[in-house]
Design a protein around this ligand. Sequence first.
Ligand SMILES: O=C(O)CCC(=O)C(=O)O
Ligand SMILES: [Fe+2]
Length: 418
Amino acid sequence: MSDSQHRRLILPNFLSPQECKELQFIHKSSSTVGYRPNVFSTTLSHVIATSSCHFLIPFIPIRERLKDKVEEFFRCEYELFIEFTGLISWTRGATIGWHTDDNRPYLKQRHFAVSLPLSLSTTHLLYLYTIVAHNFCPSKAVCYLNNYAKDFNGGLFHFQDGEPNSIMPMAGDVVMYTADKRNIHSVDEITDGERLTLTLWFTRDGSHDEDVKLVSLLSQHLLHKDMVASHLPLPASSDMYWFSQDQASNYQFGFNICWARLHILGYDISISEDSTCDSDVSELLVKPVKLVRGDELLDHEFGNILHALQVIHFYCWQGSSLKINASDMDMKLLKLSDEHREKINSLKSVLMNDEDLVLKVFRSMPLEENGGICFAWTGILAATAAWEDYVTKLSKQIHLQLPYWRMHESIYMVQLDE
Ligand SMILES: O=C(O)CCC(=O)C(=O)O
Ligand SMILES: [Fe+2]
């Protein structure tokens, strides 16, 4: 559906349920606290910085399809650039009143450039000609990845003028609109659950091309890394995972979102022997961990809490289709001693000292745990192996495609004959 003035476009079912679920898996296992209260985000530069470059792969075909649509709909004669790609989730309390989206810093820069009358070089003049003569209004695409009323309540999207008046976010649907006054919009407060979107910004201005920055980050990151090296995620600084209501990150009130996301799915974490509640939070995040459920501990070591979180969310995503191997049946489960339980609780009081807040933020809607299948430790072990296969496959694709991306300073699906 598009409106008569060509300022917005709504595309139902643009993303497949599988694409939505894969992006949800990435976000729930990689997000950091976001730029506004009660908001969480996963940017592409963040996944690179945390040694999870492979997660870029699922975004690539989706970015391409969205860019093609925007170019077609807004009738662009020249190429557009993606300025930003991110997964963004809003939880209880997040809201935004009537606003336009043209408050991005690069817009100010553009106005500044136009008001410079003197000493312009030919390049400058050409540049000005391009932005003035082919004035493309920056645009945004918001792809909904989960469902109103099922995964969250509240969070309806509204346009102030014209049709459609309101949009009920449903997984797979996309809304595209120009960032100017023709599209004043708002989002109702989220009252329950977690509302998840994939958000992209488009620009004409090549100096804000996200791909150039991402290719450079990828090159730096992968230069020293062996292709067969481990795919362990590397946690970012601990304050990026610290949620507190007043945004003060002094670790006194609030919680670590990795621990919290495991907790709401029914897991506790046992951090290696020498960790105590006096340890520094950043130190705790990089230590090997084991998973606990009830009074059982799975005797399998994960590289760090982020690794455990990725595997558990992989289990939630793929649960019902995972194959249990014979070797998974040999797993070792240990009964927790009182002493061990006490230790877990004391670390928990450091990383998650406001449990009520965790439940308020993440656990207000019934969760569809483990892809709807019953929990089994054998399933977790199967997920551990399947996660490794999955990231290895994605990682190979990154390594094969990066030379082409570097050559073109652009990220695209390279057709390679295997
Ligand atoms: O998530 C949405 O539906 C739109 C969010 C929005 O308007 C914004 O972040 O500026
Ligand atoms: Fe907006």
